[in-house]
Write a protein that binds this ligand. Structure first.
Ligand code: ZN
Length: 287
């Protein structure tokens, strides 16, 4: 299937002749969504029966290369989408498309429409013109201007993430910061006094959510060491964080302890108690 499942709904509506004039798509991955949207735009316009990778026909080819004049993508110019960008769009869409069925605009990062550009945009969504189709793409529709939001058909497209930073919702800087603390922590729990490093962590990470991220990262580190000794694909940048000499059995034992910790953490168990328990468990087989 070439049209993404969520976008397939739109395609079906098109086949039934019931397309809305504007769609608001909230997604956790704008670039993937843009790619999928491009396939949808092809499917909507392709003069032959659209099939997988129809870049053969002239129209699909133009869409693929971003060269179709009746398909206009607007993205933020600096920190916002400017009114002049919308004015240009209006002028372009005054004429009916020559090659394709629709004039299509895509507003990427639509939450970046400022008050005046959103106002200029209203014409399109308030007095829809036949043959003009719009897509507003955003990561957070809650921050979008309500007048636009209320006039669009809304849908949500969530993509699974393979990227650890995306999965944990942290920046590279935050990740690096966690790594330093994790390295210290894992090095210390096997030698030093329990209370010290417990306090060290609790002082720095006062929120449960932060402790959760830290231990999810610890899990990933151990898990990648496990993949490494199992001769499977592993992330070297994670195994390089700390040298773990445990054998497979011991790593599995520790992965179970970390998993249990994360479970207990989600049940609102007292964090100090959990951290004490964690250290005791982790040390058990050590020496
Ligand atoms: Zn085609």
């Amino acid at each position: 299937m070439v049209v993404n499942n969520n976008l397939l709904e739109i395609y079906k509506k098109y086949r039934e002749g019931r397309l809305a004039h504007a769609y608001l798509i909230e997604t956790n991955n704008i670039s993937k969504c843009m790619k999928d949207l491009k396939e949808l735009v092809k499917a909507l316009n392709c003069p032959s029966e659209f099939n997988e990778n129809c870049n053969n026909c002239n129209l699909c080819n133009l869409i693929e290369k971003n060269n179709l004049p009746s398909l206009i993508t607007i993205e933020p110019d600096g920190t916002s989408i400017k009114k002049s960008q919308i004015e240009d769009l209006k002028i372009s869409f005054e004429t009916k498309p020559i090659y394709s069925k629709y004039n299509i605009y895509i507003i990427k990062n639509a939450e970046k429409l400022n008050a005046s550009s959103a106002n200029a945009m209203l014409k399109f969504v308030e007095e829809p013109t036949d043959g003009i189709l719009g897509f507003f793409i955003t990561t957070n529709k809650d921050v979008m201007i309500p007048t636009i939001k209320s006039r669009c058909q809304s849908l949500v497209i969530d993509y699974e993430s393979n990227n650890l930073l995306e999965k944990l919702n942290i920046s590279k800087e935050e990740f690096d910061d966690y790594v330093i603390d994790i390295r210290n922590y894992l090095n210390q729990i096997f030698v030093n006094d329990i209370i010290n490093h417990k306090m060290q962590i609790l002082t720095k990470y006062s929120e449960r959510k932060q402790i959760e991220i830290m231990f999810k990262l610890i899990f990933e580190i151990y898990y990648n060491h496990f993949l490494k000794i199992s001769k499977k694909n592993y992330a070297k940048e994670l195994t390089d964080i700390i040298n773990i000499k445990d054998n497979e059995k011991e790593i599995i034992r520790k992965l179970n302890i970390i998993t249990k910790f994360l479970q207990d953490l989600s049940y609102n168990v007292n964090i100090e108690l959990l951290l004490d328990k964690f250290v005791i468990e982790m040390r058990k087989n050590d020496g």
